[in-house]
Ligand binder design. Structure first.
Ligand code: CTP
Length: 426
C-alpha cells in the first residue's frame, strides 16, 4: 500500500496589521494534516512575535537567514525546495512589488525566487494602495508568472477606510491552499470542510450552453458552446451556499447534481424560461451562447436538395440578457459574458453598458486552449463604474468560476453598503 506523504507548507508573513490572521491560516493547514513552517519579514515581527508562530508550528521561525541562531546556513534554498506550497499571507504592497520584479533582499523574497513549489499570495493593504495602478500591475505580473492570488476582501479596514484591501478570510486561504495541494477537503473537520458560504442569501439563475435554431426537422443552427463554464459557475455557486437554477440549452456535459435544471432548445425557449424565473432571482448570470439568428421560416418537413444553391433567410433572435438587463429590479445583479475575437475589452465594455449589466466576463474565443469546449478559460472581468479590469489567466473552468463569483460577492457587498449609506441619509 502506498504511504500518503504529509504535505509541507511554508507560510511567509509580511508586515501588515493582518499578520495575526496568519495564525488562523497556520492552524487551518495543520488541522488539514499539513506540516507548516513559518518565515517572517522584520516588519511582520512588529505585529506578531516569531515566538507565537514557533510555539504553534513547533519549528524555528526564520526572519533573517544570516542570524547566528538560524540552524540552517542556506535556509532559503532548503526551505523553499522541500515544500509543496508557499503561501504568503498577508502580502504587503511592498512585498508584491519586490516579488513581481525579482528583488530578493530578505528571506521571504529570496525564498520566493528559489521556490519550485506552487505559490499562493493573499495581499492585504489599504484600499487606495491596492487600487493603485502600480500594485495592480504587480499583481498582474505575478499572475502571469503563474502565482495564484487570493484577492483581498472589501470591508472596513484598520485605518477606517472602506473598500477592497482586507486580507481574504483565513478559511478561504486554507481552502484554496488545499485545492492547490490536491487535498480533498474531506480531510478537514466538518466546519472547516465547507468553502466559505458567501452566497448563502442569493438565488442565482444561470443560463448555460448553446441554443439550437431549427432549419427543418433534421438540421439546425448552433455553436460550439459546451455548457462547461455555466455549469462550473452553478457548481461553485452551490458550494458557496447559493440556491441555483439553471436554464440550459442542449449541452454536451452533465449539469451539476443538486441544481434545478430547466431544459430548453431554442433562443425563444430559453428567453421564455428566463422571463418566467427572473423575478425570483437575486443574481442572473448569462453564460449561454445564444444563437443570434434563426431561420425565418423553419420547415416542418426535411428540405430536399433539389436546387444547386439554397438561400436561407435568417432573422434575429431575442437578446435575452438585454431584455432582462433593461428591466432589472432593485438589488438584482446582472452578469453577462462577451465572446469576442478582437477588441475584446472595448467590445465587452459596450455590451456592459448597452445591456445595463453590473459585470461582464470577456472571453477571447480565438485563443487556443481556452473558451468553447475547452476545460480551461482565460477571461477579463469588467465591473460597472470600475475602470480597473481584472485579468484571470488561463485556469480551469472551476477556478475561473470561483474568481468570477469572488467579484460578484465583492460587488454585492459594495452595492449593499452603498444602499445602506443612501438609506441612512434619508
Ligand atoms: N445573449 C443573450 N441573447 C442573445 C445573445 C446574447 O442573452 N440573443 C447574452 C449572452 O449570454 C452573453 C451576452 O449576451 O452573456 C453577450 O453575448 P455575445 O454572443 O458575446 O454577444 P452578442 O450580444 O450576441 O453580440 P455580438 O454577437 O454582435 O458580439
Amino acid at each position: 500500500m502506498s504511504e500518503v506523504r504529509v504535505k509541507r507548507v511554508a507560510i511567509g508573513v509580511t508586515g501588515g496589521i493582518a499578520a495575526y490572521k496568519s495564525i488562523e491560516v497556520l492552524r487551518g493547514l495543520q488541522q488539514a494534516g499539513c506540516e507548516v513552517r513559518v518565515a517572517m519579514t522584520r516588519h511582520a515581527c512588529e505585529f506578531v512575535r516569531p515566538l507565537t508562530f514557533r510555539a504553534l508550528s513547533g519549528a524555528y521561525v526564520i526572519v533573517d537567514d544570516y542570524s547566528a541562531e538560524n540552524p540552517d546556513p542556506i535556509a532559503h534554498i532548503t526551505f523553499s525546495q522541500t515544500i509543496d506550497l508557499f503561501v504568503i499571507a498577508p502580502a504587503t504592497a511592498n512585498t508584491l512589488a519586490k516579488l513581481a520584479n525579482g528583488v530578493a533582499d530578505d528571506f521571504i523574497t529570496s525564498t520566493y525566487l528559489a521556490c519550485t513549489a506552487p505559490i499562493l499570495i493573499a495581499p492585504a493593504m489599504n484600499s487606495v494602495m491596492w487600487s493603485h495602478p502600480a500594485t495592480q500591475r504587480n499583481v498582474q505580473k505575478l499572475r502571469n508568472d503563474g502565482v495564484r492570488i487570493i484577492e483581498p476582501d472589501d470591508g472596513e479596514m484598520a485605518c477606517g477606510t472602506i473598500g477592497p484591501g482586507r486580507l481574504s478570510h483565513p478559511e478561504r486561504i486554507v481552502s484554496v491552499a488545499l485545492e492547490i495541494l490536491g487535498e480533498t477537503r474531506q480531510r478537514l473537520s466538518t466546519s472547516e470542510s465547507k468553502p466559505v458560504q458567501d452566497l448563502i442569501d442569493e438565488r442565482i439563475l444561470i443560463t448555460a450552453g448553446p441554443t439550437r435554431e431549427p432549419i427543418d426537422p433534421v438540421r439546425f443552427i448552433s455553436n460550439r458552446s459546451s455548457g462547461k463554464m455555466g455549469f462550473a459557475l452553478a457548481r461553485a455557486a452551490m458550494q458557496r451556499g447559493a440556491q441555483v437554477r439553471i436554464v440550459a440549452g442542449i449541452t454536451t456535459v452533465v449539469p451539476p447534481s443538486g441544481a434545478e435544471v430547466i431544459e430548453t432548445t431554442s433562443a425563444e425557449d430559453m428567453r421564455a424560461a428566463v422571463i418566467r424565473e427572473i423575478d425570483d432571482a437575486t443574481i442572473f448570470i448569462s453564460a449561454a451562447a445564444v444563437a443570434d439568428y434563426r431561420a425565418k421560416h423553419s420547415s416542418p418537413k426535411k428540405l430536399k436538395k433539389s436546387e444547386a444553391e439554397m438561400i436561407l433567410e435568417l432573422e434575429r433572435t431575442p437578446d435575452i440578457l438585454k431584455q432582462v438587463g433593461l428591466n432589472k429590479k432593485t438589488g438584482q445583479l446582472m452578469v453577462g459574458f462577451a465572446a469576442e475575437t478582437d477588441d475584446v475589452k472595448s467590445n465587452a465594455q459596450k455590451k456592459l453598458s448597452q445591456k445595463n449589466l453590473d459585470m461582464i466576463v470577456a472571453n477571447d474565443v480565438s485563443r487556443e486552449g481556452s473558451g468553447f469546449e475547452s476545460d480551461n478559460n482565460a477571461v477579463t472581468i469588467l465591473v460597472r463604474d470600475n475602470p480597473l479590469s481584472i485579468d484571470i489567466p488561463l485556469s480551469s473552468k472551476p477556478e475561473v468560476a470561483n474568481r468570477i463569483l469572488d467579484e460578484v460577492v465583492k460587488l454585492r457587498r459594495r452595492t449593499t453598503s452603498a444602499m445602506s449609506a443612501k438609506h441612512s441619509k434619508l
